[in-house]
Design a protein around this ligand. Structure first.
Ligand code: SF4
Ligand code: SF4
Length: 171
């Protein structure tokens, strides 16, 4: 993967890193209570499906780039560099192993916002061209359809009358 792709993903993360996301990354107590709240974990009780584990992956990237110890002694604080394998794994976690349902947040005693972290990861993966192809195609189609609808409205002009029975031709 070109270095620029990793840079793009990190730059996107940088833009997303507001107070809410920083808090979500900071406050997890690793108690594991959220595990049973996640339907992925209930269906397949693998540690990788614990919501806190998902957050931990993004946390390790942030520590590497924003924490003094993470920069100097990454192994001490479990900081990790973002590389191709890591980015692909993150994309898989965020797109295929989390529906952003928020059940984990509601069941977390500290209210850790794992879906917020997963949204940030989805953005990173999309910016770096790692979003699932089908989703990208659907998004592009929706954007094109939106443009067509907007174009149609502009062409019809402001004084074209609506013939539906609901609005009485007022539109
Ligand atoms: S996300 Fe919340 S419930 Fe899950 S391990 Fe962290 S503090 Fe515990
Ligand atoms: S938001 Fe994601 S991690 Fe949290 S319970 Fe839902 S699917 Fe699981």
């Amino acid at each position: 993967m070109p270095e620029t792709t990793i840079t793009t993903a990190l730059e996107f993360l940088e833009k997303q890193l507001n107070r809410s996301l920083a808090t979500a990354l900071e406050v997890c107590a690793r108690c594991g209570i959220c595990a049973e709240a996640c339907h992925y974990y209930v269906a397949d009780p693998d540690p990788k499906h614990v919501p806190a584990y998902r957050g931990e992956q993004l946390r390790s990237i942030c520590l590497r780039n924003h924490n003094f110890l993470g920069k100097v002694f990454p192994r001490w604080v479990k900081a990790a560099d973002l590389d191709e394998t890591m980015l692909e794994r993150l994309a898989e976690i965020a797109f295929s192993e989390c529906t952003l349902c928020r059940c984990c947040t509601f069941n977390c005693p500290l209210g850790v916002d794992t879906p917020l972290m997963m949204r940030a990861v989805r953005g990173m993966a999309t910016a770096a061209g790692k979003a699932p192809e089908m989703l990208v195609m659907l998004a592009d189609a929706a954007i094109e359809k939106g443009k067509a609808i907007e174009g149609g409205k502009a062409e019809s002009g402001p004084d074209q009358e609506c013939r539906c029975q609901d609005c009485g031709g007022g539109l």
